[in-house]
Ligand binder design. Structure first.
Ligand SMILES: [Cu+2]
Length: 187
C-alpha cells in the first residue's frame, strides 16, 4: 500500500509595503512550491495528486511545481520523476482542483478568456495565452518543463496542473495535481 498522500505546500506572498502602515494586500511577488506523490483516486487517504493512468503515471510518481511571480510576470516550473520512460506528455495549468473524475479540473487557465467555452479557438488555445508544460520523460522516467509569461494569474482561477497522454491539447487526462496558484498583489 502506498504511503498515501505525501504532500507539502509552501506558499508565501511577500513584498514591500506601499506605505508605512504595515498594511497588507499589496505584495509585489508571489512564490509557491508544491511537492507531491501521485496516488490513485481510490486511495483511502485523500491526495492532492491523482493518477488516472497507472501505466503512464504509476502511483508514487513524484511531482514538483513552482510558481514565481512578480510585477514583470510569472514563471511556472515542473519536475516529474517516475513516469513512463520516453513518453511525451502534454501538460497545462487548469482552472479547477483535481478530483476522482478527471474532468473535474475544468478547462485550461487562459490569460485572455475565450468567450466561447469549452475553448477550442487557437487564438486562445495556445502556449502564449495558456500555461503549457509539455515534456518528454528521459530514459529514467524524469522530465521537466518551464513556462514564462509577462502576465500573472487571477486569484483563485488557476487551481491545478493536468498531465495528458500526448503533447498539445488533444490528449486524455492521465494525472492531476491540485496547486493553489496565486496572484501578485492579492488580486
Ligand atoms: Cu490540460
Amino acid at each position: 500500500m502506498l504511503a498515501g498522500a505525501m504532500a507539502a505546500v509552501l506558499a508565501a506572498a511577500s513584498g514591500v509595503p506601499a506605505g508605512g502602515g504595515g498594511g497588507t494586500s499589496g505584495g509585489d511577488s508571489f512564490e509557491l512550491r508544491t511537492v507531491a506523490h501521485f496516488s490513485p483516486p481510490s486511495g483511502t487517504v485523500p491526495s492532492n495528486a491523482l493518477t488516472y493512468d497507472r501505466n503512464l503515471v504509476p502511483p508514487g510518481t513524484r511531482i514538483e511545481v513552482q510558481q514565481n511571480s512578480d510585477r514583470r510576470g510569472t514563471t511556472v516550473s515542473l519536475h516529474v520523476s517516475g513516469v513512463r520512460a520516453g513518453h511525451a506528455f502534454g501538460v497545462h495549468v487548469h482552472t479547477k482542483p483535481c478530483a476522482a473524475d478527471p474532468a473535474a479540473a475544468g478547462g485550461h487557465y487562459q490569460n485572455r478568456v475565450d468567450p466561447v467555452q469549452p475553448s477550442t479557438d487557437p487564438a486562445y488555445v495556445n502556449a502564449q495565452n495558456e500555461v503549457w508544460l509539455d515534456f518528454t520523460a528521459d530514459t529514467r522516467g524524469k522530465g521537466e518543463a518551464r513556462a514564462h509569461h509577462t502576465w500573472g494569474f487571477r486569484s483563485g482561477q488557476a487551481r491545478s496542473v493536468v498531465l495528458h497522454d500526448e503533447p498539445g491539447t488533444k490528449g486524455a487526462r492521465v494525472a492531476c495535481l491540485t496547486v493553489p496558484f496565486g496572484a501578485v498583489g492579492g488580486g
